[in-house]
Design a binder for this molecule. Structure first.
Ligand code: ADP
Ligand code: MG
Length: 183
């Protein structure tokens, strides 16, 4: 049986956009998970931590994996991307969070769904609402109403996930669009 999930992706050290794209490929690699939709790519200020800005996105997937199996899969993809946990909220090469499992509520050792802090984080709520404007967060309420609670957090949309130019200043993006050779 396939279940519908929402997963949040983030990274702020190493090669963030590459890590996020590689995670999509890794997630589908075993043939048991299919990505249904992906949000745009966003840039956000670190919350309760230091370091460079994050790149973030949210994806909706169908998977044959149960929630615990999916969490383990996400963690193994994080490890393959060089994820370390030297301290809480440390900068990270890749963070994959299981945000929603349909309308299920799960409270187990090491696994809480909905993700317990997702509704307080603009870097989750903005891309989530782009993807699923009418979604409810079980136990919390309508996501669109919850976004107001994190409106003070800095976040900007970069462009399509996979096509956003995260490295170049605007003039270089313009050069690319007109086909001019870039230095
Ligand atoms: P965070 O993403 O909250 O900043 P981490 O990625 O370091 O922090 O995760 C810390 C722990 O959170 C993990 O060891 C994992 O077992 C636990 N956890 C509980 N629920 C979830 C969930 N829904 N998605 C991802 N991790 C979760
Ligand atoms: Mg995490």
């Amino acid at each position: 049986m396939r279940s519908r999930y929402v997963v949040g992706l983030g990274a702020n050290i190493g090669q963030p956009e590459h890590a996020l794209l590689a995670a999509l490929i890794a997630l589908e690699a075993d043939g048991r998970t299919r990505i249904r939709a992906r949000s745009s790519l966003y840039r956000s200020a670190p919350i309760e931590s230091a370091g460079p800005d994050f790149l973030n996105a949210v994806i909706e997937i169908d998977s044959e994996l149960c929630p615990r199996e999916l969490l383990e899969r996400l963690q193994s993809i994080e490890r393959a991307a060089g994820r370390e946990r030297p301290y809480r909220n440390a900068p990270r090469t890749l963070d994959l969070d299981l945000l929603l499992a349909g309308d299920r509520v799960i409270e187990e050792e090491g696994l809480s769904v909905p993700h317990p802090r997702m509704h307080q984080r603009a870097f989750v709520m903005r891309p989530l609402l782009e993807l699923l404007p009418d979604v409810d967060i079980p136990g919390r309420g309508r996501a669109s109403a919850l976004l107001a609670g994190c409106a003070d957090q800095r976040i900007e949309r970069m462009g399509a996930f996979g096509q956003a130019d995260t490295a170049s200043p605007p003039n270089r993006i313009e050069a690319r669009q007109t086909g001019t050779r870039q230095s």
